[in-house]
Design a protein around this ligand. Structure first.
Ligand SMILES: C[S@@+](CC[C@H](N)C(=O)[O-])C[C@H]1O[C@@H](n2cnc3c(N)ncnc32)[C@H](O)[C@@H]1O
Length: 365
């Protein structure tokens, strides 16, 4: 079986490492590839069949896709691949030509092997890049081709609101993927514990990527701009045994973080402090790890305050941080200056796709 796994751009290597570890635990043969056909935000996993023994001693097949949906912290979707191909020059094709190529390709695929013909289905699509067609065009064309193919075997049914099977068609640049989306309508990064929706919350998958980059060893951990608590909550859910601190300046967000932690069942594992990160020493004497999604100041009035905010924060951090810090922000200049002027060293830098932007992530010491 081939699985197309989706995640944020820029963290494919970390997702690959997670998948290797999860599939390794299952003991199945597998191969994992970052960015199949060069597509960012995608990982391909070729996985052999996995089995377990039931209570009557019978050998039963284990669903690897269900296992990954349940266990992964970095993935967004788990898609069982039906086919993928590169459609050279599709970006320049007129709509009729581009959709014709997609229709012919899908019509030739044995989709009937992946679904029961009578199960109501829907096609969800995703498109990225320069094309003369829209994602709605792709969904309609793929849906028509699947319907006509299934008609050869019975009476297919479409149900766009409550499908039993979701086909996922993706056109990313010149690459087209078709598969069965085993994740469903809601991406895995939208965690069920989120009862308080912070306006600038971090995707849980990225929060876990930052935790991987920090690689905390059980020492004390703080998110000094914790907002709704995504990073501390995800860390606590991983069973982290060390001290976890959530610091936030605004009561409303700190209360939201507490509600989220309650909902996630980890409220008792996190210390919540209402306070200012630029006065960090008033709240902690020392801390081993600091991981945070810094305020970006997207509102014009606040943007001018960012360099001073970062400078004041990193100057305080320099006095309390013992091991590593991991930070993401869109404000490259301000953070690099604050890091450099406060005696920190950048160990690693990468760009991560978040909410349509590429944000800068830094590991510092
Ligand atoms: C980008 S948000 C963090 C979002 C968070 N990662 C989440 O997933 O919900 C930045 C947060 O920093 C808070 N903040 C701004 N200035 C602060 C300061 N001086 N001290 C502490 N928190 C501050 C903001 O209120 C905001 O909640």
């Amino acid at each position: 079986m081939r699985l197309i796994l989706t995640t944020s751009r820029g963290i494919e290597d970390l997702a690959c490492a997670e998948i290797r570890s999860l599939l390794g635990e299952l003991g199945v043969p597998f191969r994992v590839e970052e960015k199949p056909l060069g597509v960012e935000g995608r990982v391909l996993a070729e996985v052999g069949e996995a089995f377990y023994t039931d209570e009557k001693g019978r050998k039963r097949e284990l669903s690897v896709s269900t296992y990954l949906n349940e266990r992964s912290r970095l993935l967004h979707r788990v898609i069982v691949e039906i086919a993928s191909d590169r459609f050279g020059g599709i970006g320049e094709d007129e709509p009729e030509g581009a959709l014709g190529r997609i229709e012919n390709f899908v019509a030739s695929l044995p989709v009937e092997r992946f679904v029961k013909v009578s199960e109501p289905f829907a096609v969800r699509s995703f498109r990225k890049g320069e094309h003369k067609i829209t994602s709605v065009d792709v969904a309609k064309t793929v849906g028509k081709a699947i319907f006509e193919r299934l008609e050869r075997f019975g009476r297919p049914r479409v149900n766009l609101d409550h499908p039993a099977v979701i086909f996922r068609a993706e056109l990313i640049g010149e690459v087209f993927f078709l598969g069965i989306d085993t994740t469903g309508n809601s991406s895995l990064h939208k965690r069920p514990w989120r009862v308080y929706d912070h306006p600038a919350h971090l995707k849980a998958s990225i929060a876990n990527a930052l935790i991987e980059l920090a690689n905390p060893d059980g020492g004390s951990f703080i998110d000094p701009f914790c907002g709704s608590g995504t990073i501390p909550i995800e860390l606590a859910l991983r069973g982290y045994a060390g001290r976890i601190i959530c610091l936030e300046k605004f009561r409303k967000h700190l209360h939201g973080a507490k509600m989220n932690a309650l909902s996630a069942g980890v409220h008792g594992k996190i210390e919540f402090i209402l306070g200012d990160a630029t006065r960090l020493r008033e709240h902690v004497d020392r801390v081993d790890f600091a991981v945070s999604n810094l305020p970006y100041g997207l509102k014009i009035g606040r943007k001018s305050m960012i360099p001073k905010l970062y400078m004041d924060f990193f100057s305080e951090l320099a006095k309390v941080l013992e091991k590593r810090g991991v930070f993401i922000t869109t404000e490259k200049r301000a953070i690099e200056r604050a890091i450099g002027e406060n005696g920190f060293k950048i160990l690693h830098h990468r760009l991560i796709g978040h909410g349509g932007l590429m944000v800068h992530a830094y590991v510092i010491e």
